[in-house]
Each structure stands twice: as C-alpha cells, then as structure tokens.
Design a protein around this ligand. Sequence first.
Ligand code: UD1
Ligand code: CA
Length: 463
Amino acid sequence: MRLAIVIMAAGKGTRLKSQRPKVLHEIGGKPLLAHVIAAASKIVSPADIYVVVGHQAERVEAALASTSVNFVLQSEQLGTGHAIQCAQQAITRYDHILVLSGDVPLIRPQTIQKLWDFHQTQYADMTLLTAIPENPYGYGRVIRKNDSVEVSAIVEQKSLLPNQQNLPEINSGIYAFNTAALLQHLKELAANNSQGEYYLTDMAQILTSAGKRVVAITAPDITEVLGANTIAELVALDSTLRANIASRLMAQGVTIFRPETCTIDPDVEVGPDTVIEPCVQLLKGTRIGSDCLIRSGSMIENSIIADNVTVRNHCVIEDSSIGSGAKIGPFAHLRMGSEIGEDAHVGNYVETKKARMGKGAKANHLTYLGDAEIGAGSNIGAGVITCNYDGVNKHRTVIGERVFVGSDSTLVAPISVGDGAYIGAGSCITREVPADALAVGRSRQFTKEGWAAAKRARMNKEC
Ligand code: UD1
Ligand code: CA
C-alpha cells in the first residue's frame, strides 16, 4: 500500500494578526509545522511527505529546509480543498493519503496511525479524525449517519444552521483518503460558501452522495487535535505541551517546583534528583545530570550540565558545558563555547565566552573571561578582564594551573601566564608571565605623609 502524507500549511493565519505565517509560530520552542512534520515522519519517510505552502512560501520552506520533505506550491490560498487540488500531481502515485493540518501541532504519531489503521479496516474512501471538546465553537461539525460510524457531512461553523449550533463533534482537520476516490471527485468542490473558499470538508458530502464510504474515528485525547488559530489558542497549546514535558520529567524523578512557571523544551533531558525551582527555562537540547539544583530565574540553552551542579539564581547559560560539582552564579552569563570544569566556581556578574576553566578554578566576582583558558586550581580575582579584542581580531589568553590573578587586573591578549604564577592586583599585563613568577604591572605608589592635613589647614585659612 503506497501511502503519502499531505500537510496543509499555505494559509496566512489572519486570526493571529501577525506578519509571520501561522505555521511558523512556535510552541515548545519550534514552529507549529515542525511538530506536524515530526509526527508525520514517524508514519512515512520524509520523501513521502508533501507540505502545501503558499503565504510566504519561501520563508516557510527555508525554515523547514532541514526536514527534507517535499513542498507543493498553492500560490493563491483558495481554501483547504484547493490546497489538496494543488497537490494532485504529487499524490497520484499513492494508493492513500493522510491529510494533516499545519496548525494542529500536538497530534501524536500513535493517533495518526490509529486513523490510518481504522481507515484501512473500514475500507473507507474518506476517514476523519474527530473530537468532542468542551467548546466546539469555531470548528467544522461532523454529522453522522444515524449515530453510526459513517458520516454524511461536515458543516463549517459559519454555515451551521440554527439547529446545528450545538453539534458537539468537531472535525480535527486530519483525514485519510483513498486517493482514487478523492481525485475522481476533487474537481466537484465549489466555493459556494460565505468565505468563497474551496472547503476540503465538503468532500465528506460529495463522496457520500457518490456512494463512497466516509467514516469517522474519535481522537482519544482532545488536546491532540486543537488548532492554533489565535495567539490565545497558540499559547494554550504551548502550555499543554510544556505541562506534558514537565510531567514526563517528574515521572523520571526530577523535582520541578511550580512547573507551570517553567519553560522546558521537548528535547531537554534532566537526570533524577535534580531540583528545578520556579521560573526556570531549559531550552534547545539542554542536558542536565542528576542531583543538580537549578535555581529560580535561570535560563539554560543548548548546554550540557553534568551531575551535582548548582546553578544559582538568574544565570544565563548558552551553548556551554559545565562539569560535575561546579557552582555557577548568581547572575552569571556563560556564553557560546564556555567549558567550566569539575568543581569550578563562576560567581556573580561573571561573563565567559569560549572560556575553558579547569578543575576547581574560580572566578567569583565581576569578571570577563573571553577566548581564555584557565588552568586547574587557578583563582581569578574580582574585576579581572581578559582584553580579547583589538578592534579587529580576537586573541586568546592562556592561564596555567594554580595561578593567582589579583583583583582588577587586565590581561591584554594574546598573552600567557605560566603555572603557579602570581599577578599583583590592579595590573595591566601585556607580556608573557613565566611559571612561578610574580608580575606587577601598575605604577608604583607614592605616599606624601601629612599632605591631606596640610591641604585642609590651607583651605580653612582661605575661608
Ligand atoms: C479547518 C476545517 C474545519 C476544522 C478545523 C480544524 C476546512 C474548510 N475547515 O478549519 O472543519 O474543524 O480546520 O482545525 O477545512 N490552508 C492551506 N490553504 C488554504 C487554506 C488553508 O494550506 O487555502 C491550511 C492552513 O495553513 C491550515 C490548514 O489548512 O494549516 C487549516 O486551515 P484553517 O484556515 O486554519 O482552517 P480552519 O478554519 O481552522
Ligand atoms: Ca485552523
């Protein structure tokens, strides 16, 4: 049986009131359409997935370029039926197609599979996935034949007659079709409705009238089939998705306090006995080990955190790694390519970028470490700056092991400091410091005894 999946994603999303095409709006940290493609890819290979694009097609294609699905152009968006008409050429070589909506992102592969199995066992020409939500307003409604598995029609919200307003069963916008039956009757769609659009939903009535078999199966979980037509709906779907992620992690032994305030992406992993405080964001493939404490207000993105790490409040950690036992923050900013070693400390108002800190190294206060290497056991005093940028190029600072860099020192890169060296506070270091040396790069202090008292006495006399 040759099966393809068509995803309708050409619409503008007028109700979102946004410049961005609807299917590129994000929930769970990725576009709506990416969720649908991910689910579809569990059923068929990407080569058999056809995404109908139209509104800002290039932008949508570019955003999903890494998925290797096919794109079909619907240059004018004349409705969901027209979207499938545009895909006709692509689908003729398949026996059946599944149709998904690009704005129904929480659909699970298991449910798509269920629809597909049901479609086959029913020998149906069209099978719709339906649901019975608390509030069906806005959705197309399903009219069953004498309460049976068979469907006689789908009526769109705007076309509902007064006595149909309370019909409870909604059309999810997800269907299976026998391709031959679909293609035979697809041209019969007419745009004779209030929107002047070709509705794919009209196929139910067209096929039934032609003696074809149209059936429906109800989705087990209503949240799977909800659409994102407005920002409020979008945000609600995001909350549902994130609540599911938090529940999954908690079931794996992660403590998440006030999970509704945390933003955790689906591809994030966290080890057991880790505690996550309120208002934490864990994003983009971040992996956190066990027995960690991530305190309130911290954001960790695309980073790897080993076991027993403490991230105190209000840290921003991006594209970095942190070794076991390390302590970070509060108010630390670890930028791209920072590698913090085991038991290292990065304290308040410390910024690192492409900085490697060895085991037990410390930079506890008010420091910038950029393009730097700090050996094991070294101590970076308060206010130390690696001057890595000469206005054109970036240069490296290499600090050995057990080095003491006194407070308020600047290290003008490229520069190296050997193991065990000592740098006096307030130094501006511009030349290599050998191992075990003392370097002091500041003007010598002079002291004039009694100077201040003499000045005060002079001023008192003048007044
Ligand atoms: C559609 C269904 C409705 C169902 C609901 C479920 C129709 C006519 N109605 O309504 O019965 O309850 O989905 O969520 O199908 N699209 C295109 N090209 C177009 C128009 C739309 O590709 O010309 C795409 C959109 O990008 C979207 C999907 O089709 O991803 C559904 O379109 P939308 O306008 O959101 O339909 P609904 O009004 O939600
Ligand atoms: Ca919709």
